[in-house]
Design a protein around this ligand. Structure first.
Ligand SMILES: CC(C)[C@H](C(=O)O)[C@@H](O)C(=O)O
Ligand code: SF4
Length: 464
């Protein structure tokens, strides 16, 4: 009567160490230049090597600039060292490196499925909090720290405290014009930003099965914002089709054997979860965040709520920071900038939906609009399909792949106290620049708001 998480945990459990901790076999380690280079360097300094170099991968995504013509030089004053040191360490370790200039380069969580580094049923770790994104492929994938990454590289194992299990069942299907980003914000607003603390979250139900594979990644990505240990969705034919023939996938008879095994990966119908949450898809509307935590989100037609019990101080701080008042409508709030990108919403279907909104229209005067594709593959596909041209004609900047303005610490940023509508996953204080006021929403919402110059309901077509 096991849950899918329990099945994958047992399959990878080498030893029960006691006190709720298991020694877990690690199938894949993904690294990026912000935290992964440190792990590789420290491993080498200790005189140790990567145990299974073919199972470790490194990419440049966080610190690198995304301006055309970029190089090892970065807007982040101390950024170059992260790049050059990660490159040297990855080469010395003999692991695959998706470097600047490599057509496979992109945000770690976006390129992992493109390369089939993630596989159903496998364990995958990365020193990055949004690694659970890859649970969309039925993998057991979670974020770790740099020293854990070092341990995983050296030994192919990790000591892990076994999380509790939680299932979020979505009944029915999302309405037209409502997507996985809205669903994720709806769930986070419901359970809170620590609502899944210590839990492995399985997303299930008709509303999840009906999501395409890119939307499932958006949903699993956002589970980090409710503090989940990891997110997972039972893999289906769509997952296998998305991975088949990709560079690091098994091929030929090995592929057929793998798929036969993956088809059985699901929670037992009678599996018991430590916690169950049910969401009615029909109740999910396009969502937007108003505050400085992803849980501070409301339907686009809603207003800034009053403080819940015991939360007055945080609530007041968020209101002041965002320069917004209780009871105020979100629709109509003037914006300075719009950002489409990040491991949440920078895949081809995200950009396609944004382009459909802006086609033949212009970004409002005075609004800075930027689109950063999640990977080289997404970028090339978007250019071939005319998506890039549509965005550029509308007035968007079209950039090289990377984390970019999802993450001010990379060096790229919006201006002081600018109000930004963004497809990213975090609206924390100063996340996108000094004291920036970030409102997170779907690609459609961000695109429509960029055109209007203020926050709008993406369903109100032509209303700008
Ligand atoms: C820099 C990195 C470790 C960080 C994370 O862990 O998530 C970043 O990706 C983020 O989104 O804040
Ligand atoms: S795109 Fe943003 S959230 Fe995703 S890994 Fe990069 S910095 Fe983190």
């Amino acid at each position: 009567m096991d849950t899918l998480f329990d099945i994958l945990w047992s399959e990878h459990l080498i030893a029960d160490i006691g006190d709720g901790i298991g020694l877990i076999a690690i199938d894949r380690v993904m690294l990026h230049e912000r935290t992964g280079g440190v792990a590789l360097k420290s491993l080498a300094a200790a005189g140790r090597t990567v145990m299974a170099p073919r199972q470790a991968f490194a990419v440049m995504d966080h610190i690198v600039d995304t301006l055309p013509g970029r190089s090892d030089r970065t807007l982040m004053p101390t950024g170059t060292a992260f790049i050059t040191e990660t490159r040297a360490a990855a080469r010395a370790a003999g692991i695959a490196l998706f470097d600047l200039g490599d057509e496979r380069q992109g945000i770690c969580h976006v390129i992992s499925p493109e390369q089939a580094i993630v596989l159903p049923g496998a364990t995958l770790v990365c020193p990055d909090s949004h690694t659970g994104t890859q649970g969309a492929f039925g993998a057991l994938a979670w974020g770790i720290g740099s020293s854990e990454a070092e341990h995983a590289l050296a030994t192919g194992t990790l000591r892990v405290r076994k999380p509790a299990t939680m299932r979020v069942t979505v009944t029915g299907r999302l309405a037209d014009g409502v997507g996985a980003k809205d669903l994720a914000l709806h769930i986070i607003a419901l359970v809170g930003s620590d609502g899944a603390q210590g839990h492995a979250v399985e997303f299930a139900g008709e509303g999840v099965a009906a999501l395409d594979i890119e939307q499932r990644q958006t949903l699993c990505n956002m589970a980090t914002e409710m503090s989940a240990f990891c997110a997972i969705i039972a893999p289906d034919e769509q997952v296998f089709a998305a991975l088949e023939g990709r560079p690091f996938a098994p091929h030929g008879a090995a592929w057929d054997a793998a798929v036969a095994q993956w088809r059985g990966l699901a929670s037992h119908p009678d599996a018991r979860f430590d916690r169950e949450v049910t969401v009615d898809a029909a109740e999910v509307a396009p969502m937007i965040s108003w505050g400085t935590s992803p849980q501070q989100a409301v339907p686009i037609t809603g207003a800034v709520p009053s403080a819940g019990e015991g939360a007055a101080a945080n609530h007041r701080r968020a209101l002041d920071y965002m320069a917004i008042e209780e009871g105020a409508a979100l629709i109509g709030l003037p914006i300075d900038a719009a950002f489409i990108g990040s491991c949440t919403n920078s895949r081809l279907s995200d950009l396609r939906r944004a382009a459909a909104v802006v086609k033949g229209r212009k970004v409002a005067p005075g609004v800075r609009a930027i689109c950063v594709p999640g990977s080289g593959a997404v970028k090339r596909a978007a250019e071939a399909e005319g998506i890039a041209a549509t965005l550029v004609e509308a007035g968007f900047e079209w950039r090289e792949p990377g984390c970019s303005m999802c993450f001010f610490a990379g060096g790229e940023s919006f201006g002081l106290r600018e109000r930004v509508v963004s497809t990213t996953n975090r609206n924390f204080e100063s996340r996108q620049g000094p004291e920036t006021r970030t409102h997170i929403g779907s690609p459609e919402l961000v695109a429509a708001s960029a055109i209007a110059g203020r926050i709008v309901d993406p369903r109100a077509k032509g209303e700008a």
